[in-house]
Design a protein around this ligand. Structure first.
Ligand SMILES: Nc1ncnc2c1ncn2[C@@H]1O[C@H](COP(=O)(O)OP(=O)(O)OP(=O)(O)O)[C@@H](O)[C@H]1O
Length: 359
C-alpha cells in the first residue's frame, strides 16, 4: 500500500507484512483534524483484489459480524477511525458533538442508499436508489442518516450495510466489489434553541417548512444543507455541521481480459472503469488548475465534489499487487496517485498533523 496525503503532499509506503494497526497509525491524526473542524476523506484506490476493502473495513469486509475490538487485530480503517472518533469526542463532552452516519454505494452510475428502511417495518429493505430533490436550483441527495452513539454502533451499522453491497466472483477475486462504497459520518454541534443543554431540539415550524417532507422511511436528521456533491440532506438551520468524515472504498479497476467477466458483469466493469477514469480526470483538472473541473461526468465525482475540490483533507490509499503479472495495473494505480499528489489544496485552516518520514 502507498498512501498519498493531499495538501501536505507526502507519500508513505507499506510492505505486505505491515499491520493494519501500523497503517492506521498514520491515518489517525486526521481524526484530530476532523474534531478541529476539517472535512476529511480517506479513500482506497487500486486494482481489483488488492486489498482495498480489507484495508478500509478489515476482514469483516464481506459483512460478517464485527469481531471484538483489539488493537492488534486485523480491524481496518473504519472501526479504528470510529473508535478514535468517539474517544476524542468523549475527551471533550462540553462540545456536545453528535454523529450521524449515511452509507451509499455508487453502482452502475446510480447512487443507492444502503441505510434506507422499509417504511412500514423499519427494517432493512431491498436496496433503494437515493432520492434526489431540487433545492435552491441545486440537486440535493436525500439520504437516510442514522445517529450513532458509539464506535460499536457505527461499525455494526457499516457491517450491516455491506450485506447489501453488490459483489461478484471474478477470476481475479472471489468477492469482488462491484460498486464504490461511501460511508459518511457527519458531526453536528448542539442546536442553539434558546434552552442550552436541550438536545436534540424538535424542529420548529419554519424549520420543518424549510426541510420539506422527509423521504419515506428516512430518518434524515440535521445537516448542513449542502449542494448535491456533499449534499446529505436538507437544511435544518438550528444545527451546525462541525465536520464530515468520508470513508471511500472504491470498486477495483479491472482489465476485462484478466477478470474474464461477460454480460451484466462486463457492464458493471465498464461503469467501474469509466467512473474511475472520471475521478482521474477530475484530479487531473484540479492539478492543472483548469477553469472547468468535470465533476458531473460521473455520479461518483459529483458526490465527492466537496472533498475533491474543497479544502478537505484527502488521503488516498493505493493498494497494489506485488505480482509481476499485475505490473501494468500497478503502474496505472501509481499514475493515479501521482496525479492526486499534484493537486494543490487551499491553505490549511489550522494546525495539521506533521507528516511522518517515509518508511
Ligand atoms: N493485508 C492483507 N492481509 C491479509 N489478507 C488480505 C490483505 N489484503 C487483502 N487480503 C485478502 O485478499 C482478498 C482481496 O482483498 P479485498 O477484498 O480487500 O480486495 P479489493 O481490493 O477490495 O477487491 P475488489 O476491488 O475486487 O473488491 C480478501 O480475501 C482479503 O481478505
Amino acid at each position: 500500500q502507498l498512501t498519498w496525503g493531499l495538501g501536505k503532499q507526502y507519500c508513505l509506503v507499506y510492505g505486505p507484512a505491515e499491520s493494519q494497526q501500523a497503517v492506521f497509525g498514520d491515518v489517525c491524526p486526521l481524526l484530530t483534524s476532523l474534531l478541529d473542524g476539517y472535512n476529511v476523506c480517506i479513500m482506497a484506490y487500486g486494482q481489483t483484489g488488492c486489498g482495498k476493502s480489507y484495508t478500509m473495513l478489515g476482514p469483516q469486509s464481506t459483512g460478517e459480524p464485527v469481531p471484538p475490538w483489539e488493537p492488534h487485530s486485523d480491524l481496518g480503517v473504519l472501526p479504528r477511525a470510529a473508535g478514535e472518533l468517539f474517544r476524542l469526542i468523549s475527551e471533550n463532552p462540553s462540545r456536545s458533538l453528535k454523529v450521524d452516519v449515511s452509507i451509499v454505494e455508487v453502482y452502475n452510475n446510480d447512487i443507492f442508499d444502503l441505510l434506507a428502511k422499509d417504511g412500514r417495518t423499519a427494517a432493512s429493505g431491498p436496496k433503494r436508489e437515493a432520492l434526489i430533490a431540487q433545492e435552491a436550483k441545486q440537486e440535493v441527495c436525500l439520504l437516510t442518516r442514522e445517529p450513532v452513539h458509539s464506535a460499536a454502533e457505527f461499525t455494526a451499522l457499516a457491517a450491516g450495510s455491506l450485506q447489501l453491497r453488490a459483489e461478484l466472483a471474478t477470476s481475479v477475486h472471489a468477492n469482488s466489489s462491484r460498486s464504490h462504497l461511501i460511508i459518511t459520518a457527519t458531526l453536528t454541534t448542539a442546536p442553539a434553541c434558546g434552552s442550552p443543554g436541550k438536545w436534540p431540539c424538535a424542529p420548529g415550524p419554519a424549520e420543518q417548512q424549510a426541510n420539506g417532507p422527509r423521504p419515506e422511511g428516512s430518518r434524515r436528521s440535521a445537516s448542513g444543507g449542502r449542494a448535491w456533491p456533499g449534499a446529505l440532506g436538507a437544511q435544518r438551520p438550528a444545527e451546525q455541521v462541525h465536520a464530515k468524515l468520508q470513508l471511500v472504498d472504491l470498486a477495483g479497476s479491472e482489465c476485462v481480459g484478466v477478470s474474464g467477466v461477460t454480460g451484466s458483469a462486463l457492464r458493471e466493469t465498464s461503469f467501474i472503469n469509466r467512473s474511475l477514469a472520471a475521478l482521474a480526470d477530475v484530479l487531473g483538472a484540479l492539478a492543472e488548475r483548469r477553469g472547468h473541473v468535470p465533476y458531473r461526468n460521473s455520479k461518483l465525482t459529483h458526490f465527492l465534489q466537496d472533498v475533491l475540490g474543497g479544502d478537505a483533507k484527502l488521503l488516498v490509499i493505493l493498494c497494489v499487487s506485488p505480482c509481476r503479472k499485475h505490473v501494468a495495473e500497478t503502474l496505472r494505480c501509481l499514475g493515479f496517485g501521482a496525479r492526486a499528489r499534484q493537486v494543490q489544496r487551499g491553505q490549511a485552516r489550522g494546525g495539521s498533523p506533521a507528516p511522518r518520514k517515509p518508511r
